[in-house]
Design a protein around this ligand. Structure first.
Ligand code: AHR
Length: 526
């Protein structure tokens, strides 16, 4: 599968790159140059801001410690939620947060997580077998979304629950009438109905979510969806709650085929889960302290997303040519071996410049499929897998991946502008990758934005950009660079990988942008 995916990626990229291939012979003698054409007279699909979604599961310290510290904590908090984390998340304009799982969602019973009294204590059987105190439940999650200014993507339990339990959860969250459940919400401090922007119906129903066949899941979806009603009077029209069906694992195209063929009722999105970073289970790659060959291997796994999204989309096209149903890549990111000394069930891993490159190339793939991929959720937001934020007690650091999400804020709801470019190639340890990965879009502010990723950690890259339809004199923005490809931010050294100002000017009508090795650069054109 890897070989097939790789040859496809190469054929797409290398066809754009004849000149760079010619230049490859002198690549070591001079900075490689890549010609880029940005055609601002044309436009593509809108990049749905929801592709920058996050995922927060009851797993390790993703919720407890990472978000929730409780009102009695010495860590500065508002209603029990860490202030530092909220401030950092606001800066990346998180569009939605998927909660409470993951695998956890299909064992979660929402009524245990509400109320002012002592809540039942349960087991988190999926993730380390630890105690789940249920102190962070629906009302705390909604308070968190309020503080961050993001939308709620709630995952309903299909695997070990009933349509009635989901229906009652929605009634608790969204009804304005004086039903007992809505009154309970009022007593718990929230008189107004909550907004539930997205409802996931099951998670990985082929695995931890019930080990179902696609045929069985499709029937379950129909049944759960029938009773999954949102009563919030404000959620009509465009604001209607969108339903996300549990989709395929990686390249299980049969799952997509069966669901799309047999679905009925309202389906707004079908999910896809794909993690990069490992070729065999369990993940063995360390998150830091790796060499360049390991870097190339991991980025190759990330680029496989192109093949997966293309093939799942092609199946969806057969049954939904108007692309009404989105492909929601609602779990993606790098999954490495847990940090030494941590609970393996907590999936706690460091985050390096490699992850920044991985995030950028993955987001770029989503934008190239913006007509179908209208939601994606990186796994996971805090302290778990490819996190934005790591915390340790009262300390917090921002990861290289966080900085990529910050750089990409102008791409939220921007309109794709077509680009053609010579990607060139970078080869290490027998693995060949494209050197450059570039996208462009017109932001909501009307400006033209470019994102340039130099995958090559050995050489800078000079982009010679012709901008059609715009007399661009300069480009200004920020670049994310690092001393080494495995550089990380730590609690002692939190700013090893961080952004700095970047600018470029025009020469003979072209913009010349020289970017550093292993870097991600976002600029606006003036
Ligand atoms: O993100 C960690 C886990 O990966 C999720 O709980 C599950 O859905 C997936 O297998």
């Amino acid at each position: 599968m890897h070989h097939r995916a790789m040859s496809r990626t190469k054929s797409v990229v290398i066809s754009l790159s004849a000149m760079s291939l010619l230049a490859f012979g002198w690549a070591h003698a001079a900075t490689p140059t890549s010609k880029l054409t940005v055609d601002t007279t044309k436009s593509g699909a809108v990049i749905d801001r929801n592709i920058f979604g996050q995922f927060a599961e009851h797993l390790g310290t993703g919720i407890y410690g990472g978000i929730w510290v409780g009102t009695d904590s010495k860590i500065p908090n508002t209603n029990g939620i860490r202030n530092d984390v909220v401030t950092a998340l606001k800066a990346i304009k998180v569009p939605n947060v998927r909660w409470p799982g993951g695998c956890f969602a299909d064992e979660y019973h929402w009524e245990k997580g509400i109320g002012k009294g002592k809540r039942p204590v349960t087991l988190n059987s999926n993730w380390g077998g630890v105690i789940e105190p249920n102190t962070f439940g629906t009302d705390e999650f909604m308070e968190f979304t309020r503080q961050v200014g993001t939308e709620a993507y709630v995952s309903a339990n299909v695997g070990s629950s009933t349509p009635q339990e989901t229906a009652e959860w929605l009634e608790y969250m969204t009804s304005e009438k004086e039903t007992s459940l809505a009154m309970a919400r009022r007593e718990n401090g929230h008189p107004a109905p909550y907004s539930v922007a997205f409802l996931g119906i099951g998670n990985e129903s082929w695995g931890c979510g019930g080990n179902m066949t696609p045929e069985h899941y499709t029937d379950e979806y129909r049944q759960f969806s029938t009773y999954a009603k949102n009563y919030n009077p404000a959620q009509t029209g465009d604001k209607r709650m969108k339903k996300v069906a549990s989709g395929a694992n990686v390249d299980d195209y049969n799952w997509t085929e069966v669901f799309m063929k047999n679905k009925s009722g309202d389906v707004d999105a079908l999910s896809l889960h794909y993690y990069s970073g490992f070729e065999a289970w369990p993940p063995y790659q360390p998150a830091s302290g790796f060499d360049e060959t390991e870097y190339a291997k991991v980025i190759k796994t990330a680029l496989r997303m192109e093949d997966l999204v293309s093939k799942h989309s092609a199946i969806m096209d057969k049954y939904d040519p108007q692309k009404k149903i989105a492909l929601a890549v609602d779990e993606w990111g790098a999954w490495y071996k847990g940090e030494p000394g941590t609970n393996p069930g907590f999936l706690y891993q460091q985050n390096s410049q490699r992850d920044a490159i991985l995030a950028a190339v993955s987001i770029n793939i989503f934008t190239r499929h913006a007509d179908r991929v209208r939601m994606a959720n990186i796994a996971q937001m805090i302290n778990v897998l490819q996190a934005m934020i790591l915390t340790d007690g009262d300390k917090m650091i921002l990861t290289p991946t966080y900085h990529v999400f910050k750089l990409y804020v102008p791409f939220q709801d921007a309109t794709v502008i077509p680009v053609t470019y010579e990607a060139g190639t970078y080869t290490r340890g027998g693995i060949t990758l494209p050197r450059a990965d570039i996208i462009a879009a017109r932001g909501k502010d009307g400006k033209v934005y470019l994102s340039i990723t130099n995958i090559d950690p050995t050489q800078p890259l000079e982009i010679d950009a012709s901008v059609l339809g715009l007399k661009a004199k300069s480009a200004t923005g920020e670049t994310l660079t690092a001393p080494k490809i495995d550089s990380i931010n730590t609690f002692d050294n939190p700013n090893v990988v961080t952004t700095k100002a970047f600018s470029a000017t025009a020469r003979n009508g072209s913009l010349i942008l020289k970017v550093a090795p292993e870097s991600v650069t976002v600029v606006s054109l003036d």
